[in-house]
Design a protein around this ligand. Sequence first.
Ligand SMILES: Cc1ncc(C[n+]2csc(CCOP(=O)(O)OP(=O)(O)O)c2C)c(N)n1
Ligand SMILES: [Mg+2]
Length: 825
Amino acid sequence: MSPSSASAAARDVVSTEARERELALLAELERKVLWLASWTIHHANHIRENEDGLKVGGHQASSASLATVMTALYFSILEPQDRVAVKPHASPIFHAIQYLLGNQSRDQLERFRGFGGAQSYPSRTKDQDDVDFSTGSVGLGAAITIMGSLARDYLKAKPWAKGLQPGRMVALVGDAELDEGNVYEALLEGWKHGLKDCWWVVDYNRQSLDAVASDRLFEKVEHLFLNMGWEVVTLKYGRLLTEAFKQPGGEALRQWIDSCPNSIYSALTYEGAAGWRRQLETDIGRERGVPELLARYDDAGLARLMTNLGGHDLGLLLDAFRAAGRDRPVCFIAYTVKGHGLPFAGHKDNHAGLMTPAQMEQFRTENRVRSGHEWDAFEGLDGSAAELERFLAEVPFRSTATRRHHPPALPVPDDFPLPQGQTMSTQEGFGKILNELAAGKSALAERIVTTSPDVTVSTNLGPWVNRRGRFSFAAQEDPFQLRRLTSPQKWGGGPEGQHIELGIAENNLFLMLGALGLTHSLMDQRLLPVGTLYDPFIQRGLDALNYACYQDARFLLVATPSGITLAPEGGAHQSIATPLIGIAQDGIAAFEPAYVDELAAIMKWGFAYMQRDKQAEAAEWEREAWVREETGGSVYLRLSTRPLAQPGRTLDADITEGIIQGGYWMRPPAPGCRLAICYMGAVAEEAQRAAGLLAEDIPDIAVLAITSADRLCAGWHAAEKKRQLHAGDEEEAAIPDSYVERLLAPLARDASLVTVLDGHPAALSWLGGVRGHRVQALGVEHFGQTGTIGDLYRYYRIDEKAIVEASLAALGRKAARARDYIAKL
Ligand SMILES: Cc1ncc(C[n+]2csc(CCOP(=O)(O)OP(=O)(O)O)c2C)c(N)n1
Ligand SMILES: [Mg+2]
């Protein structure tokens, strides 16, 4: 042997030894992680006091399924700049791993699923242990990693995003999550944009919540991923099985496994050794070598062999992860057993199953955990605590102090665009504001990234895209422009582009806004994402919107056109419920301005609101927290294509403040005023004309312009709660009225409100509760149809006549008198 090959051999010995030691320690940690996760759930269900008798739950079987994969990833493979979406019901495994890494406290684990404790499903906003992406609604966690990867690609292409670290986006995906359609929408979008550096590890346990999955599903899954340009790595057999296949009779065993229906495999896994032996003897017992092969395994050995699937083989997983490239997305199909290592492994009903106290006791003994030492990190492990601690301290994933970032906010220019024009719709105004921002050189505009699911042009983003370009890694020419064919829209692009064009999939829009809206925290690079879509189609992607908000992603959502005001488009495009969504959706401040100067004020404020950071502005929080948790958030603008004559005014500070708070008096009430028409959005003209008419007889009639039912309502509720909380104590007197209470204060006690909007009337009818005023609420409650705005407003009763009639009804005037008014219309 030459000296160099001798030293290579010595190195190999060392690395083999080191590898074996690593494997041994990882196997110990895997056992500990499974123990801690199972114990955490058990503690919450059987030991912690249960005051309401409700099952606490937690998913011991789903957790066990991923224990090996997550051990391999978190303790060996992942790097700090990687970002992970963990299968929702593997949350206990995640928390257990974080506990061993020193990022999770025992107190939090003891309060798992309890108030203020570790969350049922990993939560960026509620958990304390460094969750990258929240999960919970299945399918969305997987899909956001695709958008996260594209967001990172976008940043990578920008000269200003210096110091951006490459990192994988990793999703740990339950196999049943692949039934969610949004997964395929995201895969297709990823393919269009040349997705890379994204891993999905499919926990292929062939079980969902209710049942065992269809047979040979993996073939479909594999083809789907290959078709979308992914590399597919199938990890079916662990090393024990691979070794057995090489023995006489092994090939028959392999063929038997490959053709075994999922449901039978599950049942046998649950039955254990006796079941396996009986079935194998019946089916292949007469094949050559099989009896000898089976005879080699005692019962425990046979059960271990038959459940030795790829997703439970640490060495195999480590090798596969280390070998994976980064220039293509990779899907690992990891065969696993749901409930692996637990008494209900493989049972089709194990999804919500919990180990009984007796089973847990047995499990504790097997794990050599002494009673009273259940939470001890290294209890019952073979390795020395010192060695395990050293190993954990050197885990690559924990090598940076922080994985969350707080980059500074970008200033919003004082001279924010204010489009001029006598008649304009809010949608047109939005296009003009972005166009002007695009023409300028502000740092803010540099960080704006727009995105739209195939409605860029029809939502007036076109001028912005003409100036700032589409984003793509490689420069793309627009053949129409090159050939000088007339088109107002430039569609070329390149790495400098600031618009990400998406296919028609609203889920993808919200997932993309979610990912772009988290880059400040995930990647230390602030973006100001602006997404457009038609208002009704918010409902198509509503869960993804909720998902983005739940993670505290920050974006501007521009929904246009809306309501029945998009008249000729018809009922399939009209939105009725979205104003209620705007009120009810947490994490997003909803506005519906009527005029473009209002829109400009809201957008100017909105770009700052999107960047607010609780951590960075502690003092300001303290001051404002009592009124409303002004935590910052996303902004939703419900806009319209209806051109309105603009008021041609200069907004003073009070009105600007009112626009942001949610409303201002367009026609102020005289003291004791008995009637106020309160409108929101595109019906501004009808409301004001009706008031003009009525003013002849009711001179003190007032008109309230509402720009945000959401913010008015939230402020009112916050103040009410505060007062309830402090009733009778010394703080009570210091609690100021909410903004809407102050707005309505000048009205007479017995005044009436007529509320009107192009949307569900309940969005404004609550105004009557603020000071106990009677309300006549106008709005749209039924699917619309095609027509002119006049036709539809008349039919659905949000026109001038309806407002007059509602006002007269509110005042209790006789019908004859009403007819006089109406005759003038
Ligand atoms: C959108 C949505 N629908 C339904 C559920 C309820 N649910 C939770 S887990 C689950 C099945 C999960 O099966 P799988 O992804 O295969 O995970 P496993 O438990 O097998 O690991 C369902 C239907 C959910 N969380 N989200
Ligand atoms: Mg499953």
